[in-house]
Design a protein around this ligand. Structure first.
Ligand SMILES: N[C@@H](CCC(=O)N[C@@H](CS)C(=O)NCC(=O)O)C(=O)O
Length: 226
């Protein structure tokens, strides 16, 4: 018996991406169960992960179900200390936790205005003051993390849960062509090239698109690196 992870549409479900990266990026074996958002089967699929009402959800080998990405991340970090989900150094770990929590509970304007869509990207997207403020805050947090990063290109040096939680944020910046400074741009580029992310995106392209996520902005090629 191993972990069982319920995810939805790889192209659109940013929380599913976080849930999946929590396993894939750290080599933790997991059985993945796919469902589709906004489809009649969604509620039925959730029933087998009771009491989950959103994705991702994880069933532990012993049967308990985790219903939230942050709980999944913390539980996997506790169960697999050798896998390095959190940075090893105490200060880096504390900062990673802080960044993850702020992501999990915030950036509503960005999330609402620019839902993750890994099938397409846009040019000339107008952004509100609230979205700009979210982007500024994200850049501040990324820069602060990088001050404590040590070696490695990720937020706290080595790839950690902080990067898992900001991967979909990076994809919003890339996909909607949102302007950020050179350091943030470089960080977005690392995500665009990250092998687990590339695998996730390719699998998502095999799904039927969902019309809900379409926007009428100018379409441009997906940025393999911006
Ligand atoms: N706080 C939750 C959020 C999960 C979430 O909102 N998932 C979305 C998909 S990205 C969902 O399942 N939406 C379906 C719904 O709200 O009915 C987490 O961190 O896991």
């Amino acid at each position: 018996m191993t972990y069982s992870l319920l995810i939805a549409d790889r192209s659109y479900s940013s929380w599913s991406l976080r849930g999946w990266l929590t396993f894939a990026a750290f080599g933790i074996p997991v059985d993945v169960v796919n469902t589709r958002l906004y489809q009649p089967g969604f509620a039925e699929d959730l029933k087998s992960f009771h009491p989950a009402r959103t994705v991702p959800a994880v069933r532990l080998p012993e049967g308990a179900v985790l219903t939230d990405s942050l709980a999944i991340a913390e539980e996997m970090a506790t169960r697999h200390p050798e896998a390095g989900l959190w940075p090893e150094a105490a200060t880096a770990r504390a900062i990673a936790r802080s960044l993850v929590s702020e992501m999990h509970s915030g950036f509503m304007a960005l999330r609402e205005a620019c839902p993750m869509n890994l099938r397409t990207s846009y040019n000339g997207v107008p952004i509100s003051d609230a979205v700009r403020a979210d982007l500024d805050r994200i850049e501040t947090l990324w820069a602060y993390a990088r001050e404590h990063a040590g070696d490695g290109p990720w937020l706290l040096g080595k790839y950690s849960l902080a990067d898992v939680f900001y991967a979909p944020v990076a994809m919003r910046i890339a996909g909607y062509g949102l302007s950020v400074g050179p350091e943030a741009c470089m960080y977005v580029n690392h995500h665009l090239r990250e092998p687990n992310f590339l695998k996730w995106r390719a699998l998502g392209l095999e799904d039927e698109p969902q019309a809900t996520y379409k926007r009428s902005y100018i379409h441009v090629d997906w940025p393999n690196a911006i």
